[in-house]
Ligand binder design. Structure first.
Ligand code: SF4
Ligand code: SF4
Ligand code: SF4
Length: 310
């Protein structure tokens, strides 16, 4: 099977959130209203929930801007895994719980292998993986590889009525995106751009961003934390998870942290999210220290027959 990609054309999106609902439906992920409790009662946006969470793999983002013939411009955005060709989450995962599906190039997950270390969350330049505490695993878009392997398109793509989402060979999706962005520019949308062609080694979600990258909430020039490549030396050649692997990765990430979306960083020692420039704490974590995280990981390592860690 050729390398695949999802194409999202913001200029065709109606903001109906059918894709968001279809993702929950196919993946059997509930949508309790309590999840929105951290948002003010009315935020002035149709975006709901406010961000990805342990039970939400895809959200549509809503940005309103003044301007245009109707006085307001909607810049819808797709917030989900971008399926990086050179995926830092796959590189850093010590347990093989995140991996590239060989048939499609999509980055998928194996829940049974996840040891809850959450290094992937720190490594992702798009701030995508979320910890599903109630299930004890990382939650992110799987690319619906289970559907694709059976000849179907991902659930989000199948449900999209205006044709804003397509699925096919990556080369074809890239060509379509570039062609569409050029047409939009000719029509006066001078910031229209095809996104995902080269970012992070090339993404498997290609987007047509009508009003430009930032307007649709996408990361301008996403960067991978150099520490991600260094962590490879901590992985034993067998690829098995060991206490040494985990302790080494924890030490590396205690020193620093991943580059995050919108220049935010995550501190694994405190769980806090900070602004890179001002160091202001934007979101307080659960206060876990490195030792307790390591303890938790070691408790959950895969075990050999007889009870010892591998
Ligand atoms: S590809 Fe599947 S898992 Fe990913 S956002 Fe679409 S429906 Fe959800
Ligand atoms: S967007 Fe983040 S979670 Fe998705 S493949 Fe890239 S690094 Fe991994
Ligand atoms: S289903 Fe299609 S039109 Fe509706 S929000 Fe998703 S991408 Fe946009």
């Amino acid at each position: 099977m050729a390398e695949k990609a999802i194409l999202f054309d913001t200029s065709k999106c109606s903001g109906c959130k059918g894709c968001q609902a279809a993702c929950k439906s196919w993946n059997n992920l509930p949508s309790p209203t309590a999840l929105n409790a951290d948002a003010p009662s009315f935020t002035g946006t149709y975006q709901n929930p406010p961000d990805l969470n342990g039970m939400t793999r895809l959200i549509m983002t809503f940005a309103e801007e003044q301007g245009g013939p109707k006085g307001i411009k909607w810049a819808f955005g797709r917030r989900a895994c971008q399926h990086c060709a050179d995926a830092p989450c796959v590189t850093i995962c010590p347990a093989g719980a995140l991996f590239v599906d060989e048939a499609t190039g999509l980055v998928t997950t194996d829940d049974a292998k996840c040891i809850s270390c959450r290094y992937c969350a720190s490594a992702c330049p798009f701030d995508v993986p979320r910890y599903a505490g109630e299930r004890g695993v990382i939650n992110k878009c799987t690319g619906c590889v289970d559907r694709v392997a059976n000849g179907m398109a991902p659930a989000c793509v199948t449900t999209c009525q205006p044709g804003a989402l397509s699925f096919g060979d990556r080369d074809e999706m890239v060509a379509l995106a570039e062609e569409r962005a050029a047409v939009l520019r000719e029509r006066g949308f001078e910031d229209a751009v095809a996104y995902g062609v080269d970012e992070v080694g090339g993404l498997h979600v290609i987007q047509v961003l009508k009003y430009g990258t930032a307007a649709h909430g996408q990361v301008v020039d996403p960067a991978v934390n150099p520490a991600v490549a260094l962590t490879q030396i901590m992985k034993p050649v067998t690829g098995a998870v060991t206490g040494l692997t985990v302790a080494g990765l924890a030490a590396m990430f205690a020193l620093g942290v991943g580059y995050k979306r919108d220049k935010r960083v995550y501190n694994v020692e405190t769980g806090d999210t900070l602004d890179v420039e001002t160091h202001e704490v934007l979101k307080h974590g659960d206060g876990q220290d490195t030792e307790s995280i390591k303890e938790h990981i070691l408790e959950n390592l895969p075990r050999r027959k007889g009870g010892d860690h591998e």
